[in-house]
Design a protein around this ligand. Structure first.
Ligand code: ADP
Length: 487
């Protein structure tokens, strides 16, 4: 877990998820709180405002009734009596509505008291009106008592309704304050969250940009160094995995370039040595001939001419190999394909190298299948490959060793040719790389060293033929070089 590094993609996803989560939380919070404000406002409209308006209508209604009542007692006109009772149900209905929306027992108590006072007033009026109409015991005194009682009842109704309105208004004020408090809180939280989100975005962007930018800048610096031909020590950068991979690739590239540089230096010194040896021999031999040495010994002179010829051939061979490889790499090599039998090519090569093998006490064994199918090949180039493999086997096999050449068709129907020796072998980690140009294995026999081009050329040739070439080896026991050719 400690070494687990987050990729740039994961980092960005986590960062943006955190911000989105924050904004969602803010949204939910604001929604709930504003919903609360909405409920309070609705309550004010549906309960408090309704109570106030019903109460005021009730008061108007009673005033109208009082007017009719007074006119009736003054004029004794039945019409006013009828008008008094006309909307008899209005008051109880309105009182019922008030009771329904009354949300405390005290409010309900006030409404009930008003209702009772009103009922008493009605029955009082009914009785007084009847007496007045029938003129039974009608006198000033009883009317005065009635009026007194009525005024008390109306005052009680008025008092109750006023008290109700007062409480409702106090409630409304409280609720408005609460709604305002919530709104301010929502504004504060929203502002704080927006500021936090902005800070988070800036922080995350800075962190991400830095973690991406810094290693890239470092890589840029190091790349410039490489361009100048200096190879930096491997970079160890703490960075997201994507850039980590880039760094590893960069380090590998530096290592490889350095290796190639070293190989180039090594190759130049080696090749100069390789060319100087025959050139020195030619110079010495021709100098002797020019100085008139062995003028009386034609057979010695002939020997010197032979040396010059042989050294010239070696020089040309060496230069040709270098030219061949550069042409192959530039894909400018000409190949002349024709359908050819392989076995005779192998036999011819073995025959050619037999004297050298005999001289070193090395035995050639052949395990060839005679009825190999012919293949479409460039004969010269395939001879070059077989020669290279046999030559290497001879070079790297000590005296009294054995070299076995086998040719067969494998299960895929392609021709497979192998050269197996009982030589020094190749360490496993070098097996793949012996086919790289200039590659010569350190710790091999210095005297036997070549230019490190032979196997690289062989690989080019076999690849162009559509085949494969590979090596197997057991250090100290021997190596087997094999290649395939499609039929
Ligand atoms: P060179 O021309 O210098 O021999 P090659 O490309 O033919 O170069 O071979 C590259 C290296 O592979 C050699 O320097 C040698 O170390 C190793 N090598 C090739 N063939 C054999 C073999 N049969 N046994 C052991 N080592 C070999």
């Amino acid at each position: 877990m400690k070494n687990m590094k987050l990729t740039i993609f994961t980092r960005l996803i986590i960062s943006y998820l955190a911000i989105i989560l924050l904004i969602i939380c803010l949204g939910v919070y604001a929604f709930l709180r504003l919903n609360q404000v909405n409920q309070i406002i609705n309550y004010i409209i549906l309960v408090d405002d309704a109570t106030t308006s019903i109460t005021s209508e009730l008061k108007d209604y009673i005033l109208t009734q009082l007017e009719f009542e007074e006119k009736f007692f003054v004029l004794k006109d039945q019409d006013f009596y009828m008008h008094f009772w006309k909307s008899e149900n209005y008051f109880p209905n309105a009182i019922e509505k008030l009771k329904v929306i009354a949300d405390t027992s005290y409010k309900r108590q006030l409404v009930n008291d008003a209702k009772n006072a009103y009922s008493l007033y009605l029955s009082l009026f009914r009785k007084e009106a009847k007496t007045s109409l029938l003129n039974i015991d009608s006198n000033e005194e009883s009317y005065k008592i009635y009026k007194k009682k009525k005024e008390n009842l109306i005052a009680a109704i008025d008092q109750n309704l006023k008290q109700l309105v007062k409480i409702v208004e106090r409630d409304r004020w409280k609720k408005t304050r609460e709604a305002s408090k919530i709104s301010i809180e929502v504004i504060k939280v929203t502002t704080a969250t927006v500021v936090l989100a902005v800070v988070m975005i800036i922080f995350i962007s800075v962190i991400n940009t830095r973690s991406i930018n810094r290693p890239i800048l470092l890589l840029k610096e190091k790349t410039k160094e490489v361009a100048k031909g200096r190879y930096p020590t491997p970079l160890a950068i703490i960075s997201p995995p994507e850039i980590g991979e880039l760094t590893t690739a960069f380090n590998d590239m530096c290592e490889r370039l350095k290796e190639l540089d070293d190989l180039k230096i090594d190759f130049i010194s080696h090749i100069s040595h390789k060319l100087r040896t025959p050139l020195t021999a030619i110079q010495e031999a021709s100098g002797m001939l020019l100085d008139g040495f062995f003028t009386d010994m034609p057979e010695k002179q002939h020997e010197l001419f032979l040396i010059i010829k042989e050294e010239c051939r070696r020089l040309i061979d060496e230069v040709n190999r270098i030219l061949d490889l550069s042409r192959m790499e530039a894909k400018m090599m000409d190949y002349h394909f024709e359908v050819t039998e392989i076995i005779p090519i192998i036999r011819k090569n073995v025959l050619k190298l037999s004297p050298l093998a005999q001289k070193r006490g090395i035995e050639f064994k052949m395990s060839l299948i005679n009825e190999l199918p012919p293949a479409n090949i460039d004969q010269e180039r395939i001879i070059q490959v077989v020669e290279e493999l046999l030559g290497n086997a001879l070079k790297f096999t000590p005296e009294r060793g054995t070299i076995t050449i086998s040719a067969s068709t494998n299960e895929k129907g392609t021709i497979e040719i192998s050269v197996m020796d009982t030589g020094y072998g190749i360490p496993e980690k070098e097996l793949e790389r012996v086919f790289e140009k200039f590659k010569r294995i350190e710790g091999g026999r210095a005297a036997e060293r070549g230019t490190g081009l032979g196997l690289s050329i062989a690989k080019h040739i076999i690849t162009v033929h559509g085949g494969q070439i590979w090596a197997e080896s057991k250090p100290g026991k021997g190596s087997t070089f094999s290649f395939t050719l499609p039929v």
